[in-house]
Each structure stands twice: as structure tokens, then as C-alpha cells.
Design a protein around this ligand. Structure first.
Ligand SMILES: [Fe+2]
Length: 395
């Protein structure tokens, strides 16, 4: 009998110790850090998406404050969580789309990440928090767009291929106080094999220079489609949108962002059987047909098409753009088409066949533009400050 009692006690003790091990709270050993971003995506009149990364799995949120004369610490600011279907994401990358904003309005913001040390059943142990600084620095600010704005200015770079010095040089050619947004028109890196290719390649530089406060709209190039990490592209850019081809309005301009895919046939040895871009471009052409027929496009004083691969040159990708997109564009008559890809500057004037100019920006120049409802002015400046082109389109 005593032997049974002893065994029962042993069993009870082992259960207690096992439970103790599960319930023991891990002690945070190190601080969490924000390592990339925050940067703005898909900014519109009523919404913006903010992206940032931490070095440890965490939950994340944004605090938003009006850009008034109150201290950021005056009251508890509303919080917008990185969540999906009602559950906060535990991740090292955080994306929050804030909706319901007022057009043409400045907002101050702060982003957070709080480490998740363990998550077992309904028991979660949180670690330390990291945030952007609103104490010793001015809080970050963004301004929503306003379709009623009479004027707008923007700059476009492309084919940077991970050359941070070229990106820094070209951004320095822009007056950031007067630049409402940037366009990245593809091939910002040569290959996407891992996350660091994004941030080491161009995005940390872009964030340091402007992207926390000035929005950047990304047009994917063919090189962003290469590498094992290529399928992750949309976790970082346009993460809350349906597709990575999209439209947006800024001031008097409606922009149509196309994704022209790769430049060789899908069967080429270079893609190792992993691409289906012909099918993708066909599907996108159907979307383009609807966009070009929309009120948003038709009613904008100016219309600009942004596409990485131009309909110039005889490679398969160029021919696909010519075959699938150009017939629709010729009918819809945008004001200009902005391309890259060729690493050379080309200004092709409007012709009888193509009733709008096509500008191919080189890999060593920045295209800068300003517009009001009556005139769109474009100039192209290279890394040495030399003006390569200057022209205007009047209504
Ligand atoms: Fe390219």
C-alpha cells in the first residue's frame, strides 16, 4: 500500500514540475530593434500603408497623431495594428494600412514592434518594445494626397541595380521639399535571393533619404522577378493591394502602373521553367482595358503610364508590351509613357501610330516632373547634373 502511495506522489510531483516548466516566464534577454523602414506605400487621399521591420518576431502597430501644435505625448494616440482577420501578426515584417484619413492632410506617426517571446495556446509572453523616436527627434510625418490639388511634382529613377551611390546622387538632384513622391520604375536590384537584397540594395538608402515621409510608388522591373525571394516581393511593396499593377491619382495626374514581367520567353533557360509571364500580361491587359475605360482615368487632366519594359526593341518582353498593352494605350491616348530597362535615354515623340511620347529613362538619370491642370513639365537630369531632356505637354 505504501508503495502505491509513493508512486502516486511521484506522479503528482512530476506533473507539477512539467506544468511549472510550461508556465515559467522566459526573461527577455535582449532588446528588440527596428532594423528597416518605416517607409510609405500606396498613399492615397484617404489611406496609406506603412511598412517596417524588426530583428525579432513581434507584434506591431502604428500610432497616429494630427500634425498640430500638441505634444505627441499629450494624449494616448489611436493605434492601428498589423493584423489579419482579427489576429495580430507575429512577424519581423509589419504592414499596416490606415484608412479613413482626410485628403491633403499632414499626419504624425510612430511605429512599434513588441517582441513575442513565446506563444503556447492562449499564453503569450511579450518582451520589450521598440519604436521610432518622438522624444529626441521630430515625429515622422506624411501627407495624404489630394485629387483636388492643382499642382503636383514627382521624380522617377530606375535600373539602379543595387547601386546606392547612384540612387543617392540622383535623389540629391531633387528638391525634396518640393517633391510630392517618387516613382521607382524597376530593376532597383539585380536579383532577389534574400530580404537583404531589398534593403542593402536600395531601400535602406531610400528610407534614410526620404521614404519615411515622402511616398514611393514601385513599378516592378524584370530583375525583381529573379531569384528565390522574388515571390516575396509583395510582402514589402504594395503589401495590402490586390495586385502590384495599380492606379493612383496625385493632383491633376492619373498614373497607371504596369508590371511588364520578364524580357525573354517564359521557356528561356534563364527562368528555369518558373515563370508564366505571357499569361500574366494577358490577364493584366484585361485589367488595363477596364482601367482605361474608367472615370478615374478619363476625368484626370493628365494621364501617365509607367512601365519598366518599353515597347521598343525586339525582345520578347518588349514585343509583348507592344502586342498586349500598346493597342489599348493608343486608343486611350495617355499624355506620356515612362519606361526604363534599356539603360539608355530615349525620347520618342508622338507619331501618327502612337499618339503620345515614350520616354525611356537611363540607369544614370532622374526624371523630374511638375504638373498643373494645364501643363505637364518634364526634365531629365543625369548623375553629373547635365540636362538630357526638357519638354512640356500643354492642354
Ligand atoms: Fe530591366
Amino acid at each position: 500500500m505504501k508503495k502505491i502511495q509513493f508512486l502516486v506522489m511521484l506522479l503528482w510531483l512530476s506533473v507539477c514540475f512539467a506544468e511549472g516548466a510550461v508556465h515559467e516566464s522566459p526573461v527577455p534577454e535582449s532588446n528588440i530593434r527596428l532594423v528597416h523602414g518605416p517607409y510609405l506605400q500606396n498613399l492615397g487621399p484617404n489611406e496609406v500603408t506603412i511598412v517596417w521591420l524588426s530583428d525579432k518576431p513581434s507584434v506591431g502597430w502604428v500610432e497616429l497623431a494630427p500634425d498640430d501644435d500638441t505634444n505627441f505625448y499629450a494624449v494616448e494616440r489611436p493605434k492601428y495594428y498589423d493584423a489579419r482577420n482579427g489576429v495580430k501578426n507575429t512577424s519581423t515584417i509589419h504592414t499596416v494600412k490606415i484608412k479613413g484619413l482626410k485628403p491633403g492632410t499632414n499626419y504624425r506617426y510612430r511605429v512599434f514592434a513588441q517582441e513575442v517571446l513565446s506563444h503556447v495556446g492562449h499564453r503569450i509572453v511579450y518582451g520589450y518594445c521598440a519604436s521610432t523616436d518622438v522624444y529626441s527627434r521630430k515625429p515622422l510625418v506624411f501627407k495624404t494626397s489630394d485629387p483636388a490639388n492643382k499642382t503636383v511634382s514627382f521624380a522617377m529613377v530606375n535600373d539602379i541595380h543595387g547601386k546606392n551611390d547612384v540612387l543617392t546622387n540622383l535623389v540629391s538632384k531633387c528638391d525634396l521639399k518640393k517633391t510630392d513622391f517618387f516613382l521607382f520604375n524597376g530593376d532597383m536590384v539585380s536579383v532577389f535571393n534574400e530580404e537583404n537584397h531589398i534593403f542593402d540594395g536600395f531601400m535602406d538608402t531610400a528610407t534614410r533619404l526620404f521614404a519615411s515621409e515622402i511616398p514611393m510608388y514601385y513599378t516592378r522591373g524584370n530583375h525583381e522577378t529573379r531569384g528565390a525571394f522574388a515571390t516575396e516581393f509583395q510582402r514589402y511593396f504594395s503589401p495590402k493591394e490586390t495586385n502590384i499593377y495599380y492606379t493612383f491619382r496625385q493632383g491633376p495626374i492619373c498614373f497607371v502602373i504596369l508590371d511588364t514581367g520578364e524580357d525573354k520567353p517564359d521557356s528561356d533557360i534563364e527562368y528555369a521553367g518558373i515563370t508564366v509571364y505571357d499569361e500574366y500580361r494577358t490577364e493584366q491587359a484585361e485589367w488595363l482595358r477596364q482601367v482605361l475605360d474608367s472615370k478615374e482615368y478619363k476625368e484626370a487632366p493628365f494621364k501617365i503610364i509607367v512601365a519598366h519594359i518599353p515597347p521598343i526593341g525586339g525582345w520578347h518582353g518588349n514585343l509583348e508590351v507592344e502586342r498586349k498593352f500598346m493597342p489599348l494605350l493608343r486608343e486611350a491616348k495617355p499624355d506620356v509613357m515612362l519606361c526604363g530597362h534599356l539603360h539608355q535615354f530615349i525620347h520618342q515623340d508622338a507619331t501618327a501610330q502612337t499618339p503620345f511620347p515614350i520616354i525611356v529613362n537611363s540607369n544614370t538619370a532622374v526624371l523630374k516632373a511638375t504638373a498643373d491642370p494645364n501643363e505637364l513639365k518634364i526634365q531629365v537630369v543625369d548623375v553629373d547634373g547635365k540636362m538630357l531632356d526638357q519638354f512640356s505637354i500643354k492642354k
